[in-house]
Design a binder for this molecule. Structure first.
Ligand code: HOZ
Length: 427
């Protein structure tokens, strides 16, 4: 596959931006080689500047559940552009998007729109601290909540991929109040509450982890978070940036029937435009300025373009219920990938919830970071390039989930399985 033009553009990018990118997850650091430079996306496909096409299973790291260039989203954006792109003043679309969120996400009674998942988690942590008057926060190793200083400790996603789970620049003071525990360990969680219970502002967690590959919580673990938070007056903060509107319209909280106190949302919420949100119980949300005293602000928050794309996307998800289709397609892909790995005698395990999944190059079930860290990442890298060379674009790290969209077809899935069989046979 010729990638000369991508190479030229990426070489120039390296002189202009650190590592040639504006976010490290896309730099292919976990698999070696250089990223392709994208020219356009259409449906389930990406096209690079050299004219190669790829079946896309990244979907912009989650947002593109409707595929690239959905007609209704584009129409909504055209209308919004014609009215003006930013006012820094209230608009009716903000009400419409807030209403939709409150309608479909079970625990959310009030919501604040922000610009990125990082802003959402950072602001929700501040709110939890302001509301409880406490400082300490529990997070779990391998969970990733954006690049918030206090949460960049034992972090997943590109922080884990590129070997900086505790980033330089994050001071000991930044993380002094962060307690890191093993995901799925009820024992560690219980012990931490016994020791720090009345100092704990919140427990922040991914209800299905996407950032150390796809990792599923046990029902006991989820229930323990809920029960211990309730008992100790600690805020249960579910980070649904990745799972929101993905594993069900109402996110993981609907899928598992667990009710958090605060929720963060992003990715699908903006239909591919930069927007995110945090929301939850009125009683807590009314502590946010100007209703309350916890400061948080943003010139572009509730931006007209982002809200237009978000409303169009959520309306489609609400009115068409694509989740059974996503389940069917994803099940087909997961079965095919696992069978291909078995046929090639590659030790593996596959984890999936709805349309997010990971083929781990590790024969043991992955339930926490210590197990994820045992994956054969060199083998993953070879597999990744084997797929790329056959026109299939998987996440460029073992520690990222892949996503299926509503516009992937059974034919796309079957082509992907054939490519995976060939790529695995080469390992
Ligand atoms: N938050 C995304 C999924 N782990 C990665 C996006 C990025 O860091 O660029």
């Amino acid at each position: 596959m010729n990638r000369d033009k991508s190479h030229q553009i990426f070489t120039a990018a390296n002189q202009l931006m650190p590592g040639g990118v504006n976010s490290p997850a896309r730099a292919f650091g976990g698999v070696g080689g250089e990223p392709i430079i994208i020219e356009r996306g259409e449906g389930a496909y990406l096209f690079d500047v050299d004219g190669n096409s790829y079946i896309d299973y990244i979907g912009s790291w989650g947002p593109m559940i409707l595929g690239h260039g959905n007609a209704a989203v584009r129409q909504a954006l055209h209308e919004a552009v014609d009215q003006g792109t930013s006012f820094g003043a209230p608009t009716e679309r903000e009400n419409q998007l807030a209403e939709l969120i409150i309608e479909v996400v079970p625990s959310v009674e009030k919501v604040r729109l922000v610009n990125s998942g990082t802003e959402a988690t950072m602001s929700a942590i501040r709110l939890a601290r302001g509301y409880t008057g406490r400082n300490k926060v529990i997070k779990f190793a391998g969970n990733y909540h954006g690049h918030v200083d206090s949460l960049l400790v034992a972090a997943g996603s590109s922080a884990a991929t590129l070997g900086v789970p505790n980033s330089p620049g994050v001071t000991p003071g930044n993380v002094a109040d962060t307690i890191v525990l093993a995901y799925n360990s009820v024992e560690e969680l219980t012990a931490a509450f016994e020791k720090h219970g009345d100092e704990l502002a919140c427990v922040i967690f991914e209800p299905i982890v996407g950032n150390m590959g796809c990792v599923v919580p046990t029902p006991e673990f989820l229930q323990a978070i809920r029960d211990l938070c309730t008992k100790h007056g600690t805020v249960m903060l579910m980070d649904e940036v990745m799972t929101g509107f993905r594993v069900a319209l109402g996110g993981a909280q609907q899928h598992f029937d667990v009710t958090p106190d605060l929720t963060t949302l992003g990715k699908i919420l903006g239909g591919g435009l930069p927007i995110a949100a945090y929301g939850g119980k009125k009683e807590i949300m009314d502590h946010v300025l100007p209703a309350g005293e916890v400061f948080q602000a943003g010139t572009l928050s509730g931006n007209p373009l982002a809200t237009a794309a978000g409303i169009a996307t959520l309306e489609i998800l609400k009115n068409t219920n694509p989740y059974p289709l996503l389940e069917k397609l994803s099940e087909r892909l997961a079965t095919g990938l696992a069978e291909a790995a078995t046929a090639a005698e590659i030790p593996h395990t596959l984890t999936r919830v709805g349309s997010m999944m990971t083929l781990f190059f590790n024969p043991e079930k992955v339930t926490c970071w210590d197990q994820a860290a045992k994956c054969d990442t060199d083998r993953f890298a070879k597999f990744f390039w084997g797929l790329m060379n056959r026109g299939v674009y998987f996440p460029c790290s073992q520690y990222e989930a892949l996503f299926v969209s509503v516009v992937h077809t059974e034919e796309d899935i079957d082509k992907t399985i054939i490519a995976a069989k060939e790529a695995l046979a080469e390992l």
